[in-house]
Design a protein around this ligand. Structure first.
Ligand code: SAH
Length: 464
């Protein structure tokens, strides 16, 4: 960091601008937002500056800046857009010990002016050390959109309410109260009835939060299904409607998260696959912390929470903390995958049992009953099998499986970008290499269309 961001106190102090052209106007637009005493040194200023002077918003001094002028000033801008003139001004600044900025000259400036999002008294300053002004503008635009325009008003009114909010426990309960105020209750009150509605809104909100603090929280462990929002259960939908806090796995799709209550705090726990993860202990602690502060927590897991979802760890932690919980089952990836290929999991005369297996367990690759699975007609759904496909194939072939056993890999089952890759045990590792999204490997099943094609084009072979 070559520049250290600080907020400089300027109320009642002097900010000097030397120069009266468009560069000065651009800086003045920002400086005029402050409560500083602004002095512009310009023998021939553009009309805009003269107009501001006429309105009494700044003092116009129609001559060049001198050493005496700079004494005791807080900030100085050299805005001549002329290297020689600006260097002269910078030298004056240096002699007077005033921090000086030369417009568009990062190198010789003591400080730079950030891009600003103004929700006074909330101010966001964005700087890129001159490296990426476009990026700064994009970030500013993004924040402008995200921070409600009334935020400044809310902060001013909220400030005087701080002692009242101390009735809430410090930490989470108090933070939740303020978040609720700034992003829901406050903006709603202003929109409905204007600024004067805020004190009452704060009183009501505090009463709500004090009551909620006495209500015990709880956790619903909810299956989000394989990705298609329409495959949510009604219970899952209801839980999302009511949740105060949603803690979800990375695999839960954006379309489903959109169904969460708008005010809900949505936290990604990211504990899926092999990516960087929030540890299981962190997730447990998060659920417990929120539930204890009275929140209705939805722990949203992809598929069914009881299928390769570390459900038992979470239940044990909740039990240990005395937090009440309920499970809402969901459609697991394997059944969605089987539906995707037009097959059934079990079929009379083919298989009367199905295995749900994982490619990995705590010790690494997961050992299975390979001999049993290698028999013809066996069906298994392998979760998290991308990395272990080669291991599976090796073990199965070693135990006598037919290399031509059909295997179907279903990626992003139920989603718009679903892919079905029909292959055989022999070719499974290469097939799996092509995957980018979550996938279930269906051992012993081929897509119905492929099967139908064989039945019609090569009927005799099947009759054998
Ligand atoms: N509880 C989840 C499984 C979590 S383990 C369930 O019941 O579905 C994560 C694994 O699930 C992934 O590695 C992948 O094998 C599988 N999976 C999850 N969503 C999937 C989807 N939409 N399509 C295919 N496989 C998926």
């Amino acid at each position: 960091m070559k520049h250290f961001p600080v907020f400089v106190g300027v109320a009642g102090r002097r900010i000097l601008v030397s120069g009266g052209g468009e560069a000065a106007v651009a800086k003045l637009r920002l400086i005029l937002k402050t409560e500083a005493r602004i002095e512009v040194f310009a023998p021939a200023p553009v009309p805009r500056i003269a107009a501001w002077a006429a309105e009494g918003r700044l003092t116009l001094v129609p001559r060049a800046l001198s050493d005496a002028d700079a004494q005791g000033a807080t900030l100085l801008y050299a805005a001549h857009e002329d290297a020689a003139l600006d260097a002269r001004v910078a030298a004056i600044g240096k002699r007077a010990g005033v921090l000086t900025n030369i417009v568009d000259n990062l190198q010789d400036s003591d400080f730079i002016t950030p891009a600003i999002v103004d929700r006074d008294p909330v101010t966001v300053a964005i700087g890129t050390e001159g490296a990426a002004p476009v990026l700064a503008r994009a970030i500013k635009a993004d924040l402008e959109e995200r921070l409600p325009p009334v935020l400044g008003l809310l902060a001013r009114v909220g400030k005087s309410f701080r002692p009242m909010a101390e009735k809430l426990l410090p930490g989470r309960p108090r933070r939740d109260f303020w978040a609720d105020y700034y992003f829901r209750a406050g903006p709603n009150a202003v929109e409905a009835a204007g600024e004067q509605a805020l004190p009452q809104a704060l009183d009501d909100l505090l009463a709500d939060h004090l009551a909620a603090g006495r209500r015990p929280g709880r956790v619903d462990l909810v299956g989000a299904g394989p990705g298609d929002p329409e495959l949510l259960t009604l219970k899952a939908r209801k839980a999302l409607d009511r949740a105060d806090v949603v803690i979800h796995d990375r695999l839960v799709s954006a379309g489903i998260l959109e169904l969460a209550r708008r005010e809900a705090l949505v936290i990604e726990a990211g504990k899926t696959g092999f990516g960087p993860a929030m540890g299981q202990d962190d997730i447990n602690a998060l659920m417990i912390e929120h539930a204890r502060s009275g929140a209705h927590v939805v722990r949203l897991k992809s598929g069914d929470p009881g299928v390769f979802g570390r459900l038992d760890d979470e239940l044990a932690a909740l039990d240990g903390a005395g937090v009440p919980w309920a499970i809402v089952p969901g459609i697991t990836a394997a059944t969605a995958a089987v539906a995707q290929i037009g097959q059934s999991f079990t079929r009379r005369g083919r298989n009367s049992a199905v295995r749900m297996m994982t490619g990995h367990d705590v010790k690494g690759f997961a050992e299975q009953d390979w001999r049993g699975l290698a028999r013809p007609g066996e069906v298994a759904a392998i979760y998290m099998g991308k990395r272990s496909a080669r291991f599976f194939q090796g073990r199965l072939l070693m135990h006598g499986a037919d290399p031509s056993t059909p295997v179907t890999v279903v990626e992003n089952a139920s989603r718009a970008d679903a892919r079905v890759l029909a292959t055989t045990l022999a070719d499974l590792p290469q097939t799996v290499d092509a995957l980018t999204g979550p996938a279930v490997i269906l051992h012993g099943l081929s897509p119905r269309v492929a099967e139908a094609a064989i039945e019609t084009s090569e009927p005799r072979e099947l009759a054998l």
